[in-house]
Ligand binder design. Structure first.
Ligand code: A3P
Length: 314
């Protein structure tokens, strides 16, 4: 952990103290910065990354708002780019959580730039498009973004928060989510930022939806591989390489690995996440089982209003 007396971080901490804040409990407080809400822990590091992170043109950025399928995207992208690096039985995904295979800009790289030397070009982030470190856009590196129906994102986040931090009433969590007070939220603004950028720069930004990935994993996997400049060859197709990747990264397979049943992610961080919290049930439409009809209507209404004329829908 960095030295708390570090002058650079002190500067960010001072800046954060001047920002609009939401919440009472220091563990849950959110700060509004560049129109999005962040926890103190992430915001210090995002500010640091904005100033110091240097992207390389060969980097491939995996971006998402939390609970939209990040873990799955990391596993798939990692499998694609390392498919000729290991024997099947030695694949790091069998013994490490996908989040431990791809460095995270806000934490791993903000504090420790050498963490990027992992023999693959993947880097992940939850930073909204508008707040990305400038070098990510300037370097021309590729960005892959994944998003998901807001109703399922909300339920997934609520269940995650209850498991990892403390139980919070559904109604209270729902009000916060609808008001945009969601880690890295407002969620739909996060999505729209990347959506608009992907329309402007389709060769640089690949925009994916969790629902499409579930419905047709194979064609989305091929799109991903091609976008990353590593399409499957005819020989690989004949040898079933893409099928193997899909199986390796499937919810059923990953969630049943010992590392994901009993391991922990970032044991040194203020909040340690058990790896099994990243795998709940991995279904589309599970929000139906948790939201009242009014809640569903309310979120559908917000979605309709926010996404109107954008060309995006869920
Ligand atoms: P649910 O809570 O709806 O089950 P993130 O990875 O961005 O934190 O998102 C977590 C969501 O992705 C959780 O959704 C989790 O179950 C689901 N998920 C994790 N791994 C997955 C996989 N391999 N395939 C499909 N969904 C997966």
């Amino acid at each position: 952990e960095r030295d708390k007396s570090d002058k650079t971080y002190h500067k960010y901490i001072e800046r954060i103290s001047t920002l609009p804040v939401w919440g009472e409990d220091p563990r849950d407080k959110l700060y509004k910065y560049q129109n999005f809400w962040f926890s103190h822990y992430y915001l210090e590091r995002i500010m640091f990354a904005q100033e110091h992170f240097r992207a390389q043109s060969s980097d491939i950025i995996l971006s998402s708002a939390p609970k939209t399928g990040t873990t799955w995207l990391k596993a798939l992208a990692f499998s694609i780019v390392t498919r000729n690096c290991f024997d099947d039985s030695m694949n790091p995904l069998l013994t490490s959580n996908p989040h431990d295979c791809v460095p995270f800009v806000e934490v791993d790289l903000a504090q420790n730039p050498p963490n990027r030397h992992l023999d693959h070009p993947l880097i992940s982030t939850h930073i909204p498009y508008i707040s990305l470190p400038e070098s990510i856009i300037a370097s021309g590196c590729k960005i892959i973004y994944i998003c998901r129906d807001p109703k399922d994102v909300f339920v997934s986040m609520w269940q995650f928060a209850c498991k990892v931090t403390q139980p919070i009433p559904l109604e209270m969590a729902f009000e916060m989510f609808c008001g945009g007070m969601y880690l890295y939220g407002p969620y739909l603004d996060h999505v729209l930022g990347y959506w608009k950028a992907s329309l402007e720069r389709p060769d640089m930004i690949l925009f994916l939806k969790y629902e499409d990935l579930k419905r047709d994993t194979m064609s989305n996997l091929k799109t991903l591989a091609k976008f990353m400049g590593q399409p499957f060859s005819e020989e690989e197709e004949r040898n079933g390489v893409s099928e193997k990747i899909i199986q390796l990264c499937s919810f059923e397979h990953l969630s049943n690995l010992e590392v994901n049943k009993s391991g922990k992610h970032r044991p040194e961080a203020p909040i340690t996440v058990p790896n099994n919290a990243f795998f709940r049930n991995g279904k589309v439409g599970d929000s139906e089982n948790h939201l009242t009809l009014e809640m569903k209507k309310c979120l559908d209404g917000i979605m309709e209003e926010k996404l109107r004329d954008s060309g995006l829908n869920f």
